[in-house]
Design a protein around this ligand. Structure first.
Ligand code: BDR
Ligand code: CA
Length: 339
């Protein structure tokens, strides 16, 4: 089983990433860390605790991360993910608590305890990891693998014309993390799943319907179509019901931004890559993050050709088979929900 440190800003698609990992027998989720991004870090930690408890996994450590970016003021995006970050879902209040150590300390401790073993997955801003590397510059070399959801390379941004959300919230943190990996061999460089690949992972209402059916939880008629009322789902299975309530909000957000009644599965895809790097094809690049630009702050700039004369510090995910992944996501989460 692959031991994972999962650093998230839960988040609707982060929620699905967590459920997907919980559904995978080959994933050993050692710690779930919260970072401020989609919603504030305390709310993220609460969401993580609530999903884990709903799934009977109170054994997994939840650690609270930094309150906000390294130097920029915190921005959150409740209009994308709902007032609590989980769309229309109202999860039971968790009864278990976050651990005593910070998310930053968890990165440091866990990679020291198991050097060369831990796989890191970051699906929010890179604040916690940047702070951990400041404390312990040897950390990058101790990770078996790091997968980051973030960035937009040949693809437009989703937060500014050139910047993707996770990088845009804390560009300084992202810049520090990429810089820290310049001394690591390219076969250990972070795998970066940017919008170029994650916006190709398009979840549709029929996927949710299939998920409900496969999990044996019917009826699911409120997961119907783009004119369905914004009421709560009526499926009998609690995991499917809460998930449907969360994702419907995400469908509506995408629809309201002219993308159709769909949802991009950014974070679940990165989660899958953390376990199966062969799921995508990559291009090595030297990635820098613009922190100064008047209109380009948060842009991820990839040097594909060694023009700067610096070694690659990233493997940028470039191609994948979206339908194969969506089938896997739906099938695994449905099977998990039915247990
Ligand atoms: C990223 O931004 C967040 O809102 C999502 O959870 C995802 O991690 C996509 O740009
Ligand atoms: Ca996220």
């Amino acid at each position: 089983r692959t031991p994972l440190i999962v650093d998230v800003d839960t988040g609707i698609d982060d929620s699905l990433a967590l459920l997907y990992l919980l559904a995978r027998d080959d994933a050993d989720i050692v710690a779930v860390l919260s970072t401020a991004g989609n919603v504030p870090t305390a709310q993220v930690a609460n969401n993580n605790l609530a999903w884990l408890e709903l799934c009977g996994r109170t054994d997994v450590e939840v650690a609270v991360g930094a309150d906000g970016p390294l130097s920029a003021p915190l921005r959150t995006t409740e209009d994308t993910h709902g007032p609590q970050g989980i769309g229309y879902a109202i999860l039971p209040t968790p009864t278990h608590r976050p651990s005593d150590r910070t998310a930053t300390q968890a990165w440091v401790d866990l990679t020291r305890e198991r050097p060369g073993e831990m796989v890191g997955l970051v699906t929010g801003p890179l604040t916690n990891l940047a702070l951990a590397i400041r404390t312990d510059p040897g950390l990058p070399a101790r990770l078996r693998r790091l997968v980051i959801m973030g960035g937009a390379f040949h693809h437009p941004g989703n937060t500014t014309p050139v910047a993707e959300w996770n990088i845009s919230v804390d560009p300084e943190a992202a810049a520090e993390v990429f810089a820290a990996f310049s001394a690591v061999p390219v076969d250990r460089a972070p795998i970066v799943c940017g919008l170029d690949v994650t916006e190709r992972i398009v979840l549709r209402p029929e996927h949710l319907r299939r998920l409900a059916e496969l999990s044996g939880s019917t009826p699911a008629e409120t997961i119907r179509s783009d004119d369905a009322p914004s009421t709560r789902s009526v499926t009998s299975n609690p995991v499917v019901r809460h998930l449907s309530d969360a994702v419907r909000f995400y469908f509506e957000f995408h629809r309201d931004h002219g993308q159709g009644f769909i949802a991009h599965m950014h974070d679940p895809f990165a989660a899958a890559v953390a376990l199966d790097p062969d799921l995508a094809q990559y291009r090595p690049a030297t990635v820098d993050v613009e922190t100064e630009g008047r209109i380009t702050r948060g842009q991820t700039v990839a040097d594909w050709f060694g023009l700067w004369g610096r070694p690659p510090n990233a493997r940028v995910a470039w191609d994948t088979d979206p339908d194969a992944f969506l089938d896997d996501l739906v099938g695994r989460v449905a099977a998990f929900a039915s247990t």
